[in-house]
Design a protein around this ligand. Sequence first.
Ligand SMILES: [Zn+2]
Length: 683
Amino acid sequence: MQNIEINGNLDISHEFDIQDMVSKFEECFRDFYFDKIQKIAERYPQERSLVVDFEHIERTSLELAKILLDDPDRALECAQRALKNIDIPLTDAELTLRIRNLPEEVRMNDIRSELVGKLVQFRGVVRRISEVRPKVIEAVFRCSRCKNEVIKVQKGTFLDVPNYCEYCKKGSYFKFLEKKSKYVDSQRISVQESPEYLRGGEMPKLLDVYLTRDLCGIVSPGDKVKVIGIVRSVINRTKGKKLSVFNIMIEGNYIEHEEPEIDVFDITKEDEKIILELSKDEHIFEKLKNSIAPHIHGYEPIKEAIVLQLMSAPPTELPNGQKIRGDIHILLIGDPSTGKSDILTSVADEVAPKGLYTSGKGASQAGLTVAVVRNEQGEWTLEAGAMVLADRGIACLDELDKMKAEDRSAIHEALEQQHVSVAKAGIIATLNARCSVLAAANPKDSRFDETEDLSSQFNLPPTILSRFDLIFCMRDDLSKTKEITKHILDTASAPVVAAPVIDPTILKKYVVYAKKNVHPKLTRKARDKIEEFFTKVREEAEKNPSFPIPMTVRQLWAIIRLSMASARVRLSDEVLEEDVERAIKLIKESLNEVGIDVERKVWDIDRIVGIPKSTRDKMKCIRKIIEELEIEGEDKRVKVDDIIKIAGKEHKIQKDEVLEILKKMLEGGEIYNPSEAYVRRVQ
Ligand SMILES: [Zn+2]
């Protein structure tokens, strides 16, 4: 390892002695990396690592390869010496040796104390990264008595200060000489087991990986990575006292990015045969639907919608470069104990090839999107939330109405543009969040009031509601008690009743196969059908502007996405009329729930969200001010102070009131804070 002190007496219990190891490494480098080393030396210091494939070490000496895995500290030390023996044009170039491609991989959950000191390789997703900070590797100190300077090599987390002076031959006080000491870049990242590797319901393990030198600053939260490193146990400290329980962390030796595509499912020729056969089954839709949360009775349209969500549509790129998502977002709003959470966990754990379940309250600080938080070491870190971690999968977000204030504004961008941006404490980043969202929320007073209009009881602002392709209400329906009781009793007495129709592994492979190989296009007839429906709904919606979800092209895209997903179920590249019909049926169900009665063309005028008129008028005023300032302002950001000034001067609205209204608009997702002193309208 790069920071290991050379103490010259590395006695080794293996048959190999130090000299053997050094010369074997030399042989390996000369055989496989001679040209590469010369090239690195030419490019030094832009390039400063030699990445060695484990296979080449194995080919040189099996014994050496074995020692490298068992005792990497010593082996790497010898390798580092061997590297010095090779003629390099630059004499004081400090190359770091990095190893890739270990023969075996461990699961993060299996990294325990018995692996301490060993070289391991594992995969995961980066959840948190700290700032890149200098770490002292050779600290220079000055003795306060004799003023002599001493160098002390630093290995641990804490600065190792000498207390005995070699020159005075007695104890002394030493001053750390910042400028004379030698530093390298260092960064702490946290890696979490990637959702697709978790076995049903397992808690993901989180490990800190300590990176130095050129490994710093190369990964972002949400990145899928392969890490090679040495397992270390680190002392736990509470209030300066050492605890007897140690933490495990990884000293990173090499880190590489992995393709974000789902690649854990190895689809064999045999699987392909089963998948193709299933796709020709005329009951394929039913079969898939009945494989989703089979232990929960009913909710046919919801399960059908989830089948389409699993398949999703390919994203569309517009001529101007703008990308329209192909992922389908579904929201379930429902009474307690109607099985919302069950459906969500079932999708995340059992049917989605990559699914992640979390609650809006969120166990992690990053919540649903992203956050800049201080870690235990007091460093600012950028932490990925659920939607970033679920990139290219499905994020199942329970209790969406309870999400944090920061998420409320950030989630708009995440749902529509499929990335999240953050700018805080000097950290500026944009992270991918290309996932479908299956969310659940409670009604306003935690239960639907039958005497009141449904849509006025949604506990989420219209701007968020409108990002969902489909919204369903789940009511605790007393009339269905008998049916539900029977299903539960049947399930309990003979679990076979609730067994999924299609084996979950095959179902996952079916989804992966469809997404990879099928890219549906609209046929002429399908186009006409969509056009006809959308025009009709749009006309209806225009008659009632108070409708909780403005009817816009968003809904048109929803129909297109659902139709394409439906074609994917049949593994067909052509979207047919029947696919559009299925999409329209679901959209109608959803629209009926939120208030539009497409069939009867009836509009309920009472669906206005309850804000007093005086406030509504002031809100209108502020909205206008923002719109006007936006034109002058660069990047459409508007300074809060300017709004307060104009509101006070021209409309006699007090500062407190302005702030109160802005807060309401922020909560409502109408505006967001690109930075503290500014607001910006959500477009
Ligand atoms: Zn001294």
